[in-house]
Design a protein around this ligand. Structure first.
Ligand SMILES: [Fe+2]
Ligand SMILES: [Fe+2]
Length: 354
């Protein structure tokens, strides 16, 4: 007898067929030998203090499903379920990507730099918990992610260690602001609390904040990553990449999710970008000027371009014709990003409080 596919199998299949885009969460790898040879002598005491924080493991008992999960979600419409699946899948993939990277760094650094390796290992513990909790939630919506298969089949993007530190600092801090703002909104508006996972975000985001503080310390321990003109250009590049990706992803792909939980997507994403940019000043020598209205005008132009790109992508035109129709809008997005990159940034003077 040939077994018919279960609901889970159906959704696994759909998930596997979902196309990767520039906005899809990525997996990263780096030069582990260079990372392991970092000299942290001047900041050793700070690393030891942060290790104690991680060892305290404040969220050890936090990620346990309570009785609020023990119910059917059939009262939610199919559309809302699909929206939740997309949100959970994206979040789970990001958390799992963090787990893999931190775990590998911990293993490869262990011999030469055991102190930093232990912190990375504890950070991967947190990310594994986050990914596991999200994956469990996906089962409530008849979907699971095969994480071990994903780690073998995904393409890895290579970044030098200093770029890994810029990127992870920003992704941890933006993760903190995303989670805390959803928690605060639902805490103030409990009628929109349509699924219990959001109640967990308050303590959860404290993990992300600690991770960000550790990445900040890694950067501070290597002043050569921060104190020249190249560092300023790269920090601007990473900041713009992270903020623009979040903006476009939220406005173009996740608006329905935010609206399903009663959030105004634009207000939410604006505030996340502004707070993340302000946090960047704690680590980076330069940040973006988000008070310049032109920054937002350029982003909106990208949103308009993306709307056309999606329309062409879903049309029945043959591939070469689709590409020709898309090309001017890809170029248009690139041009908007270049203009944002060259807008006058805000230089951070040591000791400034924003
Ligand atoms: Fe996480
Ligand atoms: Fe994290």
């Amino acid at each position: 007898m040939v077994a018919s596919p279960s609901k889970n199998q159906i959704h696994n299949k759909v998930q596997a067929e979902r196309k990767e885009t520039i906005l899809t969460p990525r997996f990263y790898t780096t030069d582990f030998a260079e990372m392991a040879s970092m000299d942290i002598t001047d900041t050793k005491a700070d690393f030891e203090a942060i290790l104690q924080e991680f060892k305290a493991d404040y969220n050890r008992r936090h990620f346990q499903r309570d009785q609020d999960f023990n119910q059917s979600w059939d009262h939610l419409s199919d559309r809302i379920k699909e929206i939740f699946r997309n949100f959970l899948e994206g979040s789970c993939t990001s958390e799992f990507s963090g787990f893999l990277l931190y775990k590998e760094i911990a293993v490869k650094m262990k011999e030469k730099n055991p102190l930093v390796a232990e912190i990375f290992s504890l950070m991967s513990r947190d990310e594994a918990r986050h990914a596991g909790f999200l994956n469990k939630a996906m089962q409530d919506f008849n979907m699971t992610l095969d994480l071990s298969n994903m780690s073998q089949t995904k393409n890895y993007v290579y970044f030098k260690p200093k770029f890994i530190f810029y990127a992870t600092y920003l992704s941890e801090k933006i993760g903190y602001w995303r989670y805390i703002k959803i928690f605060q909104h639902l805490d103030a508006n409990p009628e929109h609390q349509i699924y219990p996972i959001f109640k967990f975000f308050e303590s959860w985001c404290q993990d992300e904040s600690r991770h960000g503080d550790f990445c900040n310390l890694l950067l501070k321990s290597q002043p050569q990553f921060l104190n020249d003109w190249k560092a300023k250009l790269w920090c601007r590049f990473f900041l713009l990449s992270v903020l623009a990706t979040m903006y476009l992803n939220d406005i173009c792909n996740r608006s329905e999710f935010y609206e399903a939980i009663g959030l105004n997507t634009k207000e939410y994403v604006h505030s996340v970008l502004i707070d993340t940019n302000r946090d960047a000043a704690k680590a980076f020598p330069v940040i973006l000027d988000l008070e310049n209205p032109k920054f937002w005008t350029h982003l909106e132009k990208c949103v308009e371009n993306n709307a056309v790109l999606s329309k062409v992508a879903s049309s029945s035109l043959p591939k070469p014709l689709k590409f020709m129709q898309k090309l001017p809008y890809y170029i248009g997005n690139g041009w908007e990003l270049v203009q944002m990159y060259f807008m006058k940034p805000i230089e951070i003077t040591k000791g400034i409080v924003l």
